[in-house]
Design a protein. Structure first.
Length: 201
């Protein structure tokens, strides 16, 4: 979990324009509401790229109509079996290879999916919070024709946050790869009988 909240980011946005911060986002004034909308849009946009913290595998059974309904917080969904052509269309999985006479949303068996889920901003890892926050602040200040010096500083901070986020993503993906049973077994063979003195990370 990160250390920022949506309120923290909105107050940063307001501060960039010389406005007083808020104690709550409930019944927030229009400027704060605009900032919150930008933050949530950026959060969804950046998470749709797929990161170590929001990718998972889920199995979904067809409903009574045969439809595979994808949860609302799923941004992207693809079958774990890459030979299958199924795609997410709206809130359902869809088979574009079916004949026109058949309903492309009807399936007869459970479907296992690789999914990208939308994590609330408050629950993001700190490095992701930092990047999303700075991206949202930059867009907000730009939309409000804010100070050029402030925008340049936000752009520089955003680039640095992007580099840190990507480095952490690479580290996490590598770490998870080495924990998978198949890779662990391969490494066991590489280490040989002694299983000592070999360190991969």
């Amino acid at each position: 979990m990160g250390i920022l909240t949506e309120l923290d980011v909105v107050n940063e946005m307001l501060g960039a324009l010389g406005e007083i911060g808020l104690n709550s986002l409930v019944n927030a004034p229009p400027l704060a509401t605009k900032g919150l909308a930008i933050l949530r849009r950026i959060n969804a946009r950046e998470q749709a790229k797929g990161w170590w913290f929001n990718r998972e595998v889920m199995t979904i059974a067809p409903d009574a109509n045969g439809y595979i309904t994808v949860p609302d917080d799923v941004l992207e969904a693809d079958p774990t079996d890459t030979s299958l052509p199924y795609i997410k269309r709206g809130k359902y999985m869809y088979d574009p290879s079916k004949n026109a006479a058949d309903d492309p949303k009807v399936f007869s068996a459970d479907m296992q999916l690789h999914v990208v889920r939308l994590v609330s901003f408050d629950d993001l890892p700190m490095v992701a919070q930092d990047y999303v926050s700075l991206s949202a602040q930059k867009d907000f200040v730009t939309d409000m024709d804010g100070d050029q010096i402030k925008m340049a500083a936000l752009q520089q901070d955003r680039r640095e946050a992007w580099a840190v986020l990507n480095a952490e993503h690479t580290r996490q993906v590598d770490a998870n790869l080495f924990r998978t049973p198949s890779v662990a077994a391969t490494l066991g063979h590489l280490k040989g009988p002694s299983r000592t003195n070999i360190r991969f990370r």
